[in-house]
Design a protein around this ligand. Structure first.
Ligand SMILES: Cc1ncc(COP(=O)(O)O)c(C=O)c1O
Length: 265
C-alpha cells in the first residue's frame, strides 16, 4: 500500500517510547489515516498526565516552582492533531512552517488555542505572520526583527522570543550567544515587538550531559542579561527527547510533538 502524508508509523505506546529519539520509533504497523488515530486516541490524556508528572518531578529536582507551559507541536500532523490537543486541555500549538500553520488556523478557527510559530522565519514571510501568532519563538536576526516590526503597523504588539544557538552545531538556527546582547540592544527601539524571552534547541543527541550544557547556557545567558536590564521571563527549551532535562534547567515553555502525536513522516 502506498503511504501518503496522512499515514504514520506505529503509535508508540508508552511515554518512554514516545520520548525516544525518532530513530527508535521505527517499527511500522498498518498504514492508518492520521485523522482516525488522533480523533480516537485514548492515550493522549494519559500521556499528558505522565508528561505533567515528569515536569513536576524535574521541577522539584531543579528547585523551580514557576508554571511550565506545554506547546503541542502539530507540525507534520493534520488539523485533527490540533483538535485532539485542544480536547485534551492544551491551549497552545506550535507550527514550524507559516503556510502549514495558516491552513490549520483556518481549519481550526473555532478553537480557542494560541498559535506559536517555532520554526525559522524568512524575512519575506514576515508580512504573513502579523496578527496570526501569539508568540514567535525564532527571531535571530535584526533585519528580520525590523521587518516584522515594520509590518505590524497598527496591529497589537507581537510577542517574540530570541532564538539562541547554544549547541555549537552550526546548522542549528539562532543567534550565537556572544551576539545575543547586541541583537537585543538593536531590538530595543522596535516598540511593536514584545520580547518575552529566549528559545533554544539542544543538539540531537541522547547524551544528557550535552543537553544539560545547552540548556544551562541559555539559562545563564538569561540571568546575565536580566542583570543588565532585559527582563526575558520566558525560556522556551525542551522537545520530546530532552524536555525533562530542560525543565530541570529552568524551562518555562516546552515544545512537544512526537511524544504527544507519534513520529512525523
Ligand atoms: C523548534 C522545534 N521545537 C520542537 C519541535 C518538536 O519536536 P519533537 O517532535 O521532538 O517533540 C520541533 C519539531 O520539529 C521543532 O522544530
Amino acid at each position: 500500500m502506498s503511504r501518503n502524508r496522512w499515514t504514520r508509523r506505529r503509535t508508540p505506546s508508552t511515554l518512554a517510547e514516545r520520548t525516544g529519539r525518532a530513530s527508535r520509533l521505527t517499527a511500522r504497523g498498518a498504514a492508518t489515516p492520521l485523522y482516525f488515530r488522533v480523533m480516537s486516541d485514548p492515550e493522549l490524556s494519559g500521556t499528558l498526565a505522565e508528561i505533567r508528572s515528569v515536569i513536576a518531578a524535574r521541577q522539584r529536582a531543579g528547585g523551580w516552582s514557576h508554571p511550565v507551559r506545554i506547546v503541542a507541536v502539530t507540525k507534520g500532523h493534520g488539523a485533527e492533531a490540533v483538535r485532539a490537543a485542544a480536547a485534551a486541555g492544551l491551549d497552545a500549538v506550535g507550527e514550524n512552517r507559516v503556510q502549514e500553520a495558516l491552513g490549520k488556523q483556518e481549519a481550526c478557527a473555532d478553537l480557542a488555542v494560541e498559535w506559536h510559530l517555532i520554526g525559522t522565519l524568512q524575512r519575506n514571510k514576515a508580512r504573513h505572520v502579523v496578527g496570526r501568532f501569539a508568540l514567535i519563538h525564532s527571531i535571530d536576526r535584526l533585519d528580520l526583527a525590523e521587518e516584522l516590526d515594520r509590518r505590524i503597523g497598527d496591529a497589537p504588539r507581537q510577542g517574540v522570543l530570541v532564538q539562541v544557538n547554544c549547541s555549537d552545531e552550526p546548522q542549528k538556527g539562532g543567534v550565537e550567544p556572544e551576539q545575543l546582547e547586541p541583537l537585543l540592544a538593536g531590538m530595543r527601539p522596535l516598540q511593536r515587538l514584545d520580547v518575552r524571552g529566549l528559545m533554544t534547541m539542544a543538539a540531537f543527541t541522547d547524551r544528557e550531559v550535552e543537553q544539560r550544557r545547552a540548556f544551562a547556557r541559555l539559562h545563564d545567558l538569561r540571568e546575565r542579561l536580566q542583570s543588565v536590564g532585559y527582563p526575558l521571563p520566558e525560556l522556551s527549551m525542551g522537545m520530546s527527547g530532552d524536555f525533562g532535562v530542560a525543565v530541570e534547567a529552568g524551562a518555562t515553555i516546552v515544545r512537544l510533538g512526537t511524544v504527544l502525536f507519534g513520529a512525523r513522516e
